[in-house]
Design a protein around this ligand. Structure first.
Ligand SMILES: C[S@@+](CC[C@H](N)C(=O)[O-])C[C@H]1O[C@@H](n2cnc3c(N)ncnc32)[C@H](O)[C@@H]1O
Length: 314
């Protein structure tokens, strides 16, 4: 398949991403979740000739494909493989210390979900892998084989908000005493043996997503990324985060609020003694969400929430 006939991941909320990130001139931007390079391609098309984008992805396959797609941009685009939690050292490896804007479009791309061999989806049979980066230590099968029942329940309850988390965890532990769970079909069958009726599909989606979040330590990575992104931004620089899960969105919202407030003194103190300055101004009082047209054209956009903030300072 050549590049023009290939189907790329459809980037979401492109207009606000462009508006927030192209606000300054002659800039270096970071696309911390390059994926198929959809947002980066739009930024490079709409940005000035001086604009340079550094693309990061944990998934080497995604990175190689985006590099091929964006080769025509020459020196305006650079790619580096790694987890965005190590943002500062990844930028350092390119000799970059400060940037003007950073985008994170969290989660997995349609391409990753659509490839059964990556194990992200219950819709097709494949190995229970779910690692964004194949060098990560634990696959989903590994977690299902080794975690205690209570730990599995916690993952399904906290990351998946699944009501039947306990019963699903118990069924997994019972199953694995007879036979290891190795394929997405193995997990699908167990979930379907516990959850009956109209909720089955939602539970499958929740359990698969919860396991993916655990395999890739997605919330831990996001927390470290937010802190590093703040350190990497120049004053006036913008941070834009698109999340698809309520826990991710909450982390972003709380981080923005904390850094906008600055002072961490208890409310009963008459005056600030900590001296911690405000570091961000929130640009989206409420998260931006896709309109009905975008959702009709791209159903994967339906849970997207975009939050943006500007770094303060001289
Ligand atoms: C939703 S897709 C991004 C799609 C992209 N905006 C586009 O327009 O094609 C998310 C991408 O981020 C990558 N990713 C997720 N978490 C990551 C992390 N912690 N570090 C680096 N890359 C990550 C995934 O491998 C995936 O390719």
């Amino acid at each position: 398949m050549n590049e023009s006939s290939e189907r790329f991941h459809t980037p979401v909320l492109v207009e606000p991403v462009l508006q927030f990130l192209l606000a300054a001139k002659g800039q270096i931007l970071v696309d911390a979740t390059l994926g198929d390079g959809g947002h980066t391609a739009a930024l490079l098309t709409k940005g000035g000739a001086e604009l340079r984008v550094i693309g990061i992805d944990a998934d080497g396959e995604a990175l190689a494909r985006a590099q091929a797609r964006l080769r025509k941009e020459g020196e305006r685009f650079q790619a580096v493989q790694g987890n965005f939690r190590a943002l500062l050292s990844l930028l350092g490896s390119l000799g970059v210390t400060k940037v003007d804007g950073i985008l994170a479009d969290l989660g997995v791309s349609s391409r990753q979900i659509d490839r059964p061999e990556r194990g992200f989806s219950y819709l097709a049979d494949g190995p229970l892998d779910m690692r964004m980066n194949p060098n990560l230590p634990h696959t989903a099968a590994g977690l299902l084989a080794t975690l205690e029942q209570e730990e599995l329940k916690k993952i399904f309850r906290e990351y998946g908000e699944e009501k039947l988390a306990g019963r699903i965890a118990r069924a997994i532990v019972q199953h694995r005493t007879q036979r290891a769970l190795l394929s997405t079909n193995d997990l699908r069958q167990i979930v379907q043996s516990v959850v009956k009726g109209p909720h089955q599909i939602k539970s499958l989606a929740r359990i698969f997503q919860a396991l993916r979040i655990a395999v890739n330590d997605e919330l831990g990575a996001l927390s470290e990324f937010l802190q590093s992104a703040l350190a990497a931004l120049r004053p006036g620089g913008r941070l834009v985060v698109i999340s698809y899960h309520s826990l991710e969105d909450r982390l972003v919202k709380q981080f923005f609020k904390k850094e906008e407030k600055g002072c961490t003194c208890p409310p009963e103190f008459p005056a600030c003694v900590c001296g911690k300055p405000s570091q961000l101004t929130i640009l989206t009082k409420k998260p931006l969400v896709p309109g009905p047209e975008e959702i009709a054209a791209n159903s994967r956009a339906r849970s997207a929430r975009l939050r943006a903030a500007k770094k303060l300072g001289a």
